[in-house]
Design a protein around this ligand. Structure first.
Ligand code: PXL
Length: 273
């Protein structure tokens, strides 16, 4: 039994991010993936010029109460893009719907390239930090890590000591394992720093010429699925990075809104055995 994971993030109907990534990718890992939508959007907010947005906060306590009535429980939770008023309802669900020992994966989706995503105010990172407290794994990029710590993002010119001090700060928020993404000490390599609070280990891949929207969601989904299959944090992180790189390489140049991850599902299935 590999278990059942509940992912809590938005449904962007078009754009290959959040739920439309998590459901197929986590399923491909052999893990049952249930979902609690935080919002419904016509398309994601990164790169499209406009979108519709319906916040689903009001549904959360109703769904939680129904799950309690039916004794529906989960082996793991994976949170992604959520709305500012949802931190308390989500914390409540992660408590009431947890099987004993349930894992918490938190991808603090809110920012990239030094900036908060459109729609999030300056007070949101402090709220997101509350989700990180008690998480088994948090998966911030360098921008999100800085915002979680109330600092200005530093995206280049840093060293290992800087990354390791940042990881220590994130552990101090109450996260057991920290996986920092987008780490680079030399121009040709891009990777992750994986910390269990005692040791920081690194994994790098060659930096690709292109970037793509939604890669963070592919990374987090593979990571959560692989960790539930028993891989260590470093192994899960290395696999997730390999899948992201292969997906970017498989994405046609005119496919601008996301990453064509479906083309590398066979690779993911094969690597998980
Ligand atoms: O991929 C992260 C993400 C998820 N959901 C929505 C987004 C973004 C990034 O822009 O806009 C709605």
């Amino acid at each position: 039994m590999y278990g059942r994971l509940l992912t809590i993030q938005d449904v962007s109907c078009v754009g290959q991010c959040s739920a439309t990534v998590a459901l197929p990718v986590i399923s491909a890992c052999g893990i049952e993936c249930a979902m609690l939508p935080s919002a419904v959007l016509s398309n994601h907010t990164g790169g499209f010029s406009a979108w519709t947005f319906r916040d689903l906060t009001d549904e959360m306590p109703k769904i939680e109460a129904e799950w309690q009535r039916q004794n529906i429980k989960f082996d793991a939770f994976y949170t992604g893009y959520v709305c500012p008023p949802q931190i308390d309802p989500i914390l409540s669900i992660m408590k009431s719907a947890a099987k004993p020992g349930a894992l918490r994966f938190v991808d603090p989706v809110m920012a990239d390239n030094g900036k908060l995503y459109t729609g999030f105010g300056d007070d949101f990172p402090a709220q997101m930090a509350r989700l990180c407290e008690g998480a088994d794994y948090i998966l911030p990029n360098l921008t999100e890590a800085a915002f979680l710590l109330g600092r200005k993002p530093v995206l280049e010119g840093y060293d290992k000591a800087f990354i390791e001090e940042m990881a220590a700060g994130l552990h101090a928020l109450g996260a057991k394992n920290v996986v920092l993404t987008g780490v680079s000490f030399e121009p040709g390599l891009l990777g992750t720093a994986v910390s269990d609070g005692k040791e920081v280990r690194y994994d790098f891949n060659p930096r690709l010429a292109r970037t793509s929207h939604g890669t963070g969601d592919v990374f987090a989904s593979v990571f959560a699925g692989a960790a539930m299959r028993g891989l260590s944090a470093l192994e899960a992180s290395a696999l997730a990075a390999d899948v992201v790189c292969a997906a970017i390489e498989a994405t046609p140049d005119d496919h601008w809104y996301g990453v064509a991850f479906e083309r590398v599902i066979p690779l993911l299935v094969e690597r998980l055995g």
